[in-house]
Write a protein that binds this ligand. Sequence first.
Ligand code: FAD
Length: 292
Amino acid sequence: MKIPELYRQRKEAGRSVFSLEVFPPKRKSGINSIYEAVEKLKVTEPDFISVTYGAGGNIADNSTCDIAAAIKKQYGIETVAHLTCINSTREDVKVMIRRFAEAEIENVMALRGDIVPGEEIKREFAHANELAIEVQRQCHDDLEILGACYPEGHYEAKSVEEDIQNLKYKIGAGVKVLITQLFFDNVKFYGFLSRLRDDGISVPVSAGIMPIVKSSQLEKTVQLSGASLPHSFTEMIARYEHDKEGLYAAGIDYAVRQCRDLIEHGADGVHIYTMNDPDVAIKIWEGIRDLL
Ligand code: FAD
């Protein structure tokens, strides 16, 4: 199913979209682990599962396409294949889009990708909107396009306002659904959403939620994300930083409370960054299923 249509149907039914994100394992030998995770995640009946592309130092190859195709065909779950462009030539992008289409993938998330110091930039695409234009040129409406957005502003933008103005290029290029960067303070999300709506951006926006359940995530994810940390979050960290089981339970509880509040406020969707940990995602789903 085309993802924009899915959001339309859920909205009509007064429901929020519930989606998950997984990433290809770093080593090819770990490929089975992702299928085991998806098998477990089936119980949550997600509206779709998205598969990242070359994120977090992972090698960008055919794994995204293969995993997304399997999610759709073997597990019967709708899927979104991510695609980045900053490290790709136009030809690389064309080949990958063709592969997605051949694998009968109907939805792609068009991303620029992070500029990593020391990594080669191909310079054929400067921004995600240019990738969206290429997808449109090649596939017209066969592939629906999603994009990323940043409730607290992208780290390269001078301000949230500037970032929102740039977001309009994406929408103009055919992006029909947005998924946010992780955030821990729902107030930031509500403020961002009302700015988008005031600025005439009316596409559905799913809130990206990252459960923090391990102390290793504090440095890697929390500090690097630049997301603001509300008092309830820092309090949780201070209390459980050195208590493995306590942090696991508190992190899930925090994510559940964030999601419940978002759904109760009528969010178009919640998108869980599963970090390939199905048990955590299932626990979050158990905490919100009555609202879905
Ligand atoms: P862009 O939309 O190009 O924005 C990047 C910066 O440029 C912003 O500051 C923006 O304000 C500015 N800008 C945008 N368009 C223009 C324009 N036309 N002219 C001038 N300035 C402009 N990374 C991966 O490598 N793989 C993934 O699978 C992946 N998945 C992600 C999923 C989500 C939901 C999110 C939120 C991020 C994901 N990322 C992924 C990370 C993403 O690639 C980075 O955040 C990257 O730095 C920006 O990507 P973008 O698509 O938002 O870029």
